[in-house]
Write a protein that binds this ligand. Structure first.
Ligand SMILES: Cc1cc2nc3c(=O)[nH]c(=O)nc-3n(C[C@H](O)[C@H](O)[C@H](O)COP(=O)(O)OP(=O)(O)OC[C@H]3O[C@@H](n4cnc5c(N)ncnc54)[C@H](O)[C@@H]3O)c2cc1C
Length: 337
């Protein structure tokens, strides 16, 4: 089977890799548009999120698949992609501490949550007065390393097309392929072959900072923002959420907002090394979507990974691959029709 994948963000990369492993002859195109969501994302998989500390949708199903896929890609591509992580959750007031204690007591969260006597290596960097919870079973997927290594491999194996394939243009090539799969991230909102999808795009901004004094903690830290070590004294800090925006890149107002939040809990000096902004392919019901649309049966979509591309891409790429190669039905929760 011959398949054209349009877009080499995390969705297109994992799908193309999965299809190739199943013996498909794949081409993958990417126009290298600026402010790609996959390029600025920290790639964090966090099993318990939100103010109420709720377990991520089907985490127990998705996490083992994600770990296995990224670790296999890591071995094949020869780059470090997967980092097992613990997240320290700062708890500020009695309400937060009570909610945390209640979650720890819930058997569904057994093994995922705990308490710490203090913030360990982070303690000297922080404002005083926080209690500290611990989230286990988290990870960071190095999207930057993965996407670059896969593109290099695809170029050397001559299946990468460095070009903007607008939907009409891509579909005009359909005679050369058994099917085309669009993985365009937020640009999918303009794809005429998939009109009326429940998009609710959200712009996000983040920063890369350098801590000016040791120690340089190896654990992630979560308060209103998440801080993730990315090597040496560098930390990714994010993110903001905006549902109305004119500009896809970093802006003064959002960066100031991030720094205000950061200074609320981080007391040691730092330097901002990079400011980043991108649009997430988020959807009203927070479920990805995939499959053929109603306009042309050999034109497919794999998109809507929203805020959780790292966790969702491997499981759903395998699901869509089964559908494309063996005709197995798509899960109704994600089928685009
Ligand atoms: C600030 C921020 C922080 C985030 N943090 C996390 C996180 O910690 N963990 C997590 O899991 N997720 C995170 N996300 C979300 C994550 O980035 C997305 O879930 C994921 O990257 C979406 O990947 P994608 O491949 O669908 O889209 P994209 O990354 O947008 O990729 C789409 C690709 O398609 C290409 N393309 C589009 N149209 C065409 C065309 N016509 N021809 C050729 N190429 C085309 C583009 O160039 C691009 O490379 C974050 C997002 C933001 C903005």
């Amino acid at each position: 089977m011959r398949i054209l994948v349009v877009g080499q963000g995390i969705a297109g990369t994992v799908l193309a890799w999965t299809l190739r492993r199943r013996g498909t002859d794949v081409r993958i195109a990417d126009a290298d548009f600026p402010h790609r969501s996959s390029s600025i994302a920290a790639g964090i998989i966090n099993p318990v999120t939100g103010k109420r500390y709720v377990k991520t949708w089907r985490y127990d199903d998705f996490f083992p698949v994600a770990r296995s896929v990224y670790q296999t890609m890591e071995a094949e591509l020869g780059v470090r992609i997967w980092h097992d992580q613990v997240i320290l959750r700062l708890l500020e007031n009695p309400q937060e501490r009570n909610d945390w204690a209640a979650r720890i007591a819930d058997p569904e969260y057994a093994g995922l949550l705990g308490e710490r006597p203090d913030a360990g290596a982070w303690a000297g960097h922080l404002a005083p007065g926080y209690a500290v919870g611990e989230i286990r079973g988290a990870a960071r997927v190095d999207f930057g390393a993965l996407l670059a290594a896969f593109q290099e491999f695809a170029r050397s194996a001559r299946f990468f097309l460095p070009q903007n394939l607008r939907p009409e243009e891509a579909v005009s090539l359909s005679g050369d392929y058994d099917c085309i799969v669009f993985c365009e991230g937020y640009r999918g909102v303009e794809n005429p072959f998939f009109p009326n999808l429940p998009w609710q795009l959200s712009k996000g901004e983040a920063m890369l900072i350098r801590l000016k004094s040791a120690p340089y903690p190896a654990e992630m830290l979560k308060k209103t923002l998440l801080m993730t070590p990315v090597g040496g004294d560098l930390y990714w800090v994010g993110a903001s959420y905006n549902w109305t925006f004119d500009d896809n890149g970093p802006t003064d107002s959002e960066q100031n907002f991030l720094e205000e939040r950061l200074r609320h809990f981080l007391r040691t000096p730092y330097e901002v090394v990079q400011r980043m902004g991108a649009v997430r392919p988020t959807v009203r019901d927070r479920r990805p979507f995939m499959g053929a649309g109603t306009i042309q049966p050999d034109v497919f979509i794999f998109n809507g990974l929203g805020t959780k591309g790292a966790l969702l891409a491997p499981y759903w790429a395998a699901h869509l691959t089964d559908h494309l190669l063996s005709g197995s039905p798509l899960d109704r929760e994600v089928a685009v029709r």
